[in-house]
Design a binder for this molecule. Structure first.
Ligand code: NAD
Length: 495
């Protein structure tokens, strides 16, 4: 791993504003100011891609897709270019710094996890390039029925501001490995690292125009991308509200398939026979404080057996006190800022609303004063909550853990179920039967037993039940979603 050191954000050269047809396109007017979440100061500006620029990007992608032969060439050739790209990503300090400065990711975590994880996702899909074919169907013996897979052509991807590089790799990895060209729209709050990623793709030998980036707000650039007639599939990660708008727009502009990775409100369930309480405390603590709770799978609802609640909360508080908030470009920082003032105030307001409805703050509930103008919300633990309170009902996308207790398994499982979301869940128990009953019973796309959080196993798909989404990122399922299947039936014996 690269040695982590402080860096000076003033020294960074920001890429501008879009990446189309293998080169940067600097916008005539830079009308969006991007702030640094660590200190709230302006980082730089980008221009917004309107319909014309989005059209240029999509047409470039379409032309590159047909003329470069990206979709037609041997899958192993595509894989080689993607491997070279992953190798560049894994060691690119400029990419790491761009990610750290405009997103909420401290540089130490970008280098230890975001960069290697991004590179590994691309490698995983490159490996699948020639392993995801079609099938030969069981038809009459004088016919051959083939179910052949084909890329769509040009697909669109829209990504959120949390983990910008990883989220982009989950979209472009399967899209490119399957032979599509892609146009990505990153969040307007974190536009820069995805641009650098596109530049590295060209350096690695991915044909110019196969990977394009357009920047701007969701309502203008994102909406234009979804509606574009050449875009034949949309992959989106973001909030449930935006996901619904995108699904509607995709239906109205050509019945385009959508993959939607949306919000969550995931439980961490600790049974009385937990194998190791200290380990469970570490899982719960990291599960709701990683990236300051700005992770879709953040485990923000602790559901714990009544007899364990006090020692568990004490241990969780001990764990979260070890976190070090600080500038994302300082090597010593280990705790993330909230992305924006509006987002930070939304978290704090909903905690206060819940308190006014009877909730009790056991720890935190305020901002770290010593971090100046950054938006650092202290890890917060709230008890005496009910299902109707905002802290339990809504995705806060912040470091707020609610505590609910139960007496028996049935009560615990009932509390774990959320009426709206079903993204992930954690279960701590030493009884395998109980663990399996919980995995069957909880409606969630991912269930972790005696752990909380992803591993490096990219083969495990991720995605939501209920309003947490449609379809999967990662795994073979993500690859399949980037292919369309054609039935070909041939009569070969006409004697
Ligand atoms: P968001 O929905 O506000 O924005 C996501 C992206 O959509 C941004 O690029 C934005 O510009 C764009 N967008 C907004 N309106 C649009 C429109 N009408 N048409 C097209 N594009 C539009 O989400 P966010 O605040 O950036 O991200 C946080 C959310 O993402 C949380 O809800 C989180 O749970 C979710 N998320 C889910 C996963 C998952 O895998 N399920 C992973 C990460 C984040």
């Amino acid at each position: 791993m690269t040695k982590v050191a402080d860096f000076d954000p003033q020294q960074l050269v920001l890429p501008l504003s879009h990446f189309i047809g293998g080169r940067y396109l600097v916008a005539d007017e830079a009308n969006i100011t991007v702030l640094r979440p660590s200190d709230g100061l302006p980082l730089g500006t980008i221009g917004e891609a309107g319909e014309e620029v989005v059209d240029l990007a999509v047409r470039n992608a379409w032309q590159a897709w047909r003329e470069s032969g990206w979709g037609q060439r041997s899958p192993r050739e595509r894989a080689r270019a993607m491997f070279a790209w992953a190798d560049l990503i894994a060691k690119d300090m400029e990419l790491a710094r761009l990610e750290a400065v405009s997103s909420t990711r401290p540089i130490s975590q970008v280098l230890a996890s975001d960069l290697p994880f991004t590179a590994e996702a691309i490698r995983f899909f490159a490996e699948l390039a020639d392993k995801q074919g079609g099938e030969v169907a069981a038809t009459r013996l004088d016919t051959i029925g083939m179910i052949a897979s084909e890329p769509y052509g040009v697909v669109g991807a829209i990504t959120p501001w949390n983990f910008p590089l990883s989220m982009a790799s989950w979209k472009c990895g399967p899209a490119l490995a399957a032979g599509n060209a892609i146009v990505v729209k990153p969040s307007e709050m974190t536009p820069f690292s995805t641009l650098r990623m596109a530049e590295l793709a060209v350096l690695a030998g991915i044909p110019e125009g196969v990977f394009n980036v357009v920047n701007g707000t969701g309502g203008v650039t994102g909406a234009a991308l979804v509606r574009h007639p050449i875009i034949s599939k949309i992959s989106f990660t973001g909030s449930t509200k935006t996901g619904a708008q995108i699904m509607t727009a995709a239906a109205q502009s050509g019945i385009k398939p959508v993959t939607l990775e949306l919000g969550g409100k995931s439980p961490q369930l600790v049974f009385e026979n937990v194998p190791d309480l200290a380990h469970a405390a570490r899982c719960v603590a990291s599960g709701f404080t990683a990236n300051a709770g700005q992770a879709c799978v953040s485990g923000t609802r602790l559901i714990v057996h009544r007899r364990l609640v006090e020692p568990l909360i004490d241990s969780i508080i001990g764990e979260v006190q070890k976190l070090r908030p600080g500038l994302t470009w300082s090597a010593a920082s280990s705790y993330s800022p909230i992305i924006s003032r509006a987002q930070a105030m939304g978290i704090s307001d909903r905690v206060e609303q819940s308190v006014s409805q009877g909730a009790e703050v056991l720890f935190g509930g305020d901002f770290f004063a010593e971090t100046g103008n950054g938006f650092f919300y202290r890890p917060t633990i709230v008890s005496s909550v009910s299902a109707q309170m905002p802290v339990v009902r809504e995705e806060l996308f912040g470091p707020v853990l609610t505590v609910q207790t139960f007496e028996d398994e049935e009560e615990g499982l009932a509390l774990a179920d959320h009426p709206t979301y079903g993204l992930a869940a954690g279960v701590h128990t030493s009884d395998i039967g109980q663990a399996l009953r919980a995995t069957r019973r909880i409606a969630a796309g991912t269930i972790w037993v005696n752990r909380y959080g992803r591993s490096g196993d990219m083969i495990m798909p991720t995605g939501g039940f209920r309003s947490s989404g449609i379809g999967k990122d990662l795994g073979r399922k993500a690859m399949e979603a980037n292919l369309q299947y054609k039935s070909v039936l041939i009569d070969f014996d006409q004697r």
